[in-house]
Design a protein around this ligand. Structure first.
Ligand code: 13P
Ligand code: SF4
Length: 365
C-alpha cells in the first residue's frame, strides 16, 4: 500500500490555500466525514466545523454520529472520548497529536493508583467509602480506573449532578484532576470549604494527616488549567467599578474566588447560550479562553451587546491552537486518498471500562 502523504508538504501552505484544500477534500469525502470542533478552536479551523460544542455536547455528538471518520478539532482526551463512544468501525482522528491538555497531564494512573491505596490504608475499605470522579479532561486510563472502581466521569456542565450521584453511593469523593471544578461544584451542593481538602499527589497521603482525610468529604486533586488561572477576582472588581450594570460570566475552571465574584458560572456552551439569549445592549465580562470570547463578541455585536475578555493578558489554549488549517488539510487529503493518519485508538480493555464511567455520566446528565 502507498505511504501516507507527509505533513512537511503542508507545513508551509498559506492559510488560504489550506482552506481551499480542506474544502476540496471534504467534498471528496462527503458524508463519510464529520468534523467536530470545540469552542476554543481558532476561527480558521472553526469555520470548517460540521458540529460544535462543549465537552459534554461533543461526547454525545460523537456517540450519535454514523460517519466513518470523526475528525476532532479539539484536544487529545476529546478524540479519545469520541473513539470510546463511537462504533468500533468508526475512526477517530486528531489532526495534530501534540494537541494535549496540561491539566489532563496533571493526573496519571500511577499517581491516582497510589492515592487510592493510601486512602485505603487510612480509611479501610476504600471501595465502599470513596467514589473516584474524573473530569473528562483526563486520559482514557483514568476514565477506565473510575469505571473499574464504581466511579464516573463529569464535565464542566454536569459536575454538580455527578457529585450528587457519587454521594448517593459513597460518603467521600476523590476528584481529579481539576481542583477548581471540584471545589466549585461541591460548594454549589452546600459542602463547606473545610470539608474539601487538596490532595497533593507528590506527597505521601496527599500531604494530609489521617484526621484530615477522615474528616474530608471531597479530596481535590492539586490540578488546574493554566489558561483559566490567569483570571483574577481583581479583574472583576476593577471592571465592575467601570461598568456597574454589566454581567460577569466565567468557566468553572477559574478559581473559587473568580467563580464567587461572577454572576454566572458554566461550561463553554453555557457561556455562549447565556450571552446569546441575553437582552440587547447588555455588557459582559467573560472568564474563559480568548478564541471563544473574540468570536462571541463578533457574533453579538449587531445586537448592541458588548463582550469583553476578563484578563489584560492574552490567555489562549496553546494546545487547542495546535490544530491549524495545515494539519486539517493534511489529514483530510490523506483520508480522501484512503490513508488514515493520526488515528486515536484506545485499547479495547481500557475502552470498555472507560465507557462504563462515561455511560454512567451520560445516564445522569
Ligand atoms: P467545556 O466542556 O466547558 O467546553 O470545557 C472544556 C475545557 O477544556 C475548558 O478548558
Ligand atoms: Fe486543557 Fe485548559 Fe486548554 Fe481546556 S483550556 S484544553 S483545560 S489546557
Amino acid at each position: 500500500m502507498e505511504a501516507a502523504i507527509r505533513f512537511d508538504q503542508f507545513n508551509a501552505l498559506a492559510d488560504d490555500e489550506a482552506r481551499e484544500r480542506i474544502v476540496a477534500a471534504r467534498q471528496r469525502l462527503g458524508d463519510r466525514l464529520v468534523i467536530l470542533c470545540h469552542h476554543y478552536q481558532r476561527a480558521d479551523v472553526y469555520r470548517h466545523a460540521d458540529l460544535t460544542g462543549d465537552s459534554l455536547k461533543l461526547s454525545r455528538l460523537a456517540a450519535q454520529s454514523d460517519a466513518e471518520f470523526i475528525v476532532f478539532c479539539g484536544v487529545h482526551f476529546m478524540a479519545e472520548v469520541a473513539d470510546i463512544l463511537s462504533k468500533p468501525e468508526q475512526i477517530s482522528i486528531l489532526p495534530d497529536l501534540a494537541a494535549g491538555c496540561s491539566m489532563a497531564d496533571m493526573a496519571n494512573l500511577a499517581k491516582v493508583g497510589r492515592a487510592w491505596r493510601e486512602l485505603d490504608a487510612v480509611l479501610g475499605g476504600v471501595e465502599s467509602k470513596v467514589t473516584p470522579v474524573t473530569y473528562i479532561n483526563s486520559a482514557a486510563d483514568l476514565k477506565a480506573f473510575c469505571g473499574e472502581h464504581g466511579g464516573i466521569v463529569c464535565t464542566s456542565s454536569n459536575a454538580t449532578a455527578i457529585l450528587e450521584w457519587a454521594f448517593a453511593r459513597r460518603e467521600k469523593v476523590l476528584f481529579f484532576p481539576d481542583q477548581h471544578l471540584g471545589r466549585w461544584s461541591g460548594h454549589k451542593m452546600g459542602i463547606p470549604l473545610e470539608e474539601m481538602v487538596v490532595w497533593n499527589p507528590d506527597l505521601v497521603n496527599g500531604g494530609l494527616s489521617d484526621d484530615e482525610i477522615r474528616r474530608a468529604r471531597i479530596l481535590l486533586w492539586a490540578g488546574h488549567c493554566s489558561v483559566h488561572q490567569m483570571f483574577q477576582p481583581g479583574h472583576i472588581e476593577k471592571w465592575r467599578k467601570e461598568h456597574p450594570d454589566g454581567f460577569v460570566i466565567s468557566h468553572p475552571e477559574t478559581s473559587f474566588e473568580v467563580c464567587l465574584h461572577s454572576d454566572y458560572v458554566g461550561s463553554t456552551e453555557y457561556i455562549i447560550k447565556t450571552i446569546k439569549a441575553a437582552p440587547a445592549n447588555t455588557r459582559w465580562l467573560v472568564g474563559t479562553e480568548l478564541n471563544l470570547v473574540s468570536r462571541l463578541a463578533e457574533e453579538v455585536r449587531a445586537e448592541g451587546k458588548i463582550v469583553q475578555f476578563m484578563s489584560p493578558m492574552v490567555c489562549m489554549c496553546s494546545f487547542m491552537g495546535r490544530i491549524d488549517p495545515q494539519h486539517l488539510a493534511w489529514c483530510l487529503e490523506n483520508l480522501a486518498e484512503g490513508k488514515v493518519v493520526n488515528r486515536i485508538s484506545v485499547p479495547p480493555h481500557e475502552a470498555r471500562l472507560a465507557r462504563l464511567a462515561l455511560d454512567r455520566m451520560l445516564a445522569v446528565s
